[in-house]
Each structure stands twice: as structure tokens, then as C-alpha cells.
Design a protein around this ligand. Structure first.
Ligand code: DC
Length: 229
């Protein structure tokens, strides 16, 4: 029996691997919606900080999730705006420090559970491109196509450095490398929904690939699965 649910393409991988570029391209290419699940963890971590809730008070952090009014605006990285309760949190959400806060709350099962349905609610017609760590392994296990992007920590720190520099942030490459390693460690080693490729995922190591080559590989996958429009 075929599922009546809209199709999902899951794109997972570590921080700085280029999931944002790939999932935005896929969303444009397919005309499907996009879920940036990392942004939800980032928003929840910031909401906890703003409310003065310690990040290790997991039950209290999780309880905040249901009341968050979130709006994602814009389709490109340049015109992206994320509004929370009507206030523009975009800049704060994208800060490297916020990624680390998100990674800390993401280790807690109760926090992950609180965000689960919210992520699944993004699955609306005509389809969904889901960007995260556990899209293929937990949130959308029935995804039609699962892609796991990987790259060495050095390559990812350099990409992050270029991305943040473009946005005018002054960051030190060595510090970024240390942060990338620390975040990897936490995301891969946590006991619940660790960052790992689903057994049925197509793994693409992008360490030595420029963006066009990565997209060419994905284009071929779309063709082979007859997922192109
Ligand atoms: O993709 P990102 O850098 O915006 O994610 C920030 C953190 O959120 C990441 O280090 C771990 C957590 N996260 C997660 O645990 N599961 C997801 N599906 C997405 C993000």
C-alpha cells in the first residue's frame, strides 16, 4: 500500500557540511517545503536562555516548546528571517554560540520528544526537504530518499569560517575547528538519536567536492529515483 503522506527527502549530516545549501537547492528544484530542524533546536535553546531557564533543566526547556510562535521567512540564506513571537531572532539564531547551546539541549530525550511532532507537522503537500541530524533515522524514517552528507572537520571549519566571514562576523578558524570537533563529539555520541547515517541513506563525502559537484551527485539521485519535476 502506498502512503498518502507527502514525500520526504531527508538530508542529515554534521555541522558545517553544507546541508543548508543542498536543502535550499533541493527545495527550489522540487518546489517542496523545507524544514530546518536545527533552527528549531536553536530557537528553543535561545528561548530558554531568554527565560532564564538553565539548559540542563531539560523538563523546563522542553515545556517551552509548545508555546513558541515561529515564522520562517525567505528562501535564500541572504533573505532569511526567523521570527519568534513576532520578534526577529535571525542574527542570534545563526550565531555559532547558539549552535553550541542547541547541541547541549539536543542531548535530552525529553527535549527531542517535545520537538518531534512540530517537525513532522512540516510534512505538507507537495513534499518536504528535511535538514538535520536524525531526519532519516528518527523523524522521517519512511523518507523516499535519505542523503547523509559528510566531510572532514577541517573542511567543515573552513566552510563555516567562509560563511560567517561573508556575513561580516569575525571568527577565528582555529576556534571554529575546536567548536566543530566538540559539537561533532556531542552530536555523534549522545545516546538518543545520535548523528549517524541511516542504513538506507546514500552517503556523500563532500570533503574534496565543491558545491556544484555535490549538487550534480544529488541531481543524479533525483533522476534515478524519478523525483525530479
Ligand atoms: O544544524 P544546526 O547546526 O543548526 O543544529 C544545531 C544543533 O542542534 C546541532 O549541533 C544538534 C542539534 N540538532 C539535533 O540534535 N537534531 C537535529 N535534527 C537538528 C539539530
Amino acid at each position: 500500500m502506498t502512503s498518502a503522506l507527502p514525500l520526504v527527502i531527508a538530508v542529515d549530516g554534521p555541522s558545517g557540511v553544507g546541508k543548508g545549501v543542498v536543502t535550499r537547492w533541493l527545495a527550489t528544484r522540487t518546489g517542496w517545503h523545507r524544514l530546518d530542524s536545527g533552527a528549531l533546536y536553536r530557537i528553543l535553546a535561545l528561548a530558554a536562555v531568554h527565560a532564564g531557564i538553565p539548559l540542563d533543566a531539560h523538563e523546563r526547556v522542553a515545556a517551552l516548546a509548545s508555546d513558541l510562535q515561529i515564522q520562517f521567512i525567505g528562501e535564500t540564506e541572504a533573505d532569511e528571517a526567523i521570527l519568534v513571537g513576532g520578534a526577529n531572532w535571525t542574527h542570534e539564531i545563526r550565531a555559532e554560540t547558539t549552535g553550541n547551546l542547541a547541541s547541549q539541549i539536543a542531548t535530552a530525550p525529553v527535549v527531542r520528544a517535545a520537538l518531534l511532532q512540530r517537525q513532522r507537522d512540516f510534512r505538507t503537500a507537495p513534499g518536504l526537504i528535511a535538514d538535520g541530524r536524525d531526519m532519516g533515522t528518527v523523524v522521517f524514517t519512511d523518507a523516499t530518499l535519505k542523503i547523509f552528507l559528510d566531510a572532514s572537520p577541517e573542511a567543515r571549519a573552513e566552510r563555516r569560517h567562509r560563511q560567517l566571514s561573508r556575513k561580516g562576523a569575525s571568527v577565528n578558524l582555529d576556534d571554529l575547528f575546536v567548536e566543530v570537533r566538540a559539537r561533532d563529539e556531542r552530536d555523534r555520541k549522545r545516546t538518543v538519536a545520535p548523528l549517524v547515517a541511516a542504513p538506507d541513506a546514500v552517503v556523500i563525502d563532500t570533503t574534496r567536492m565543491a558545491v556544484p559537484e555535490v549538487l550534480e551527485n544529488i541531481e543524479k539521485l533525483l533522476d534515478s529515483r524519478q523525483l525530479d519535476r
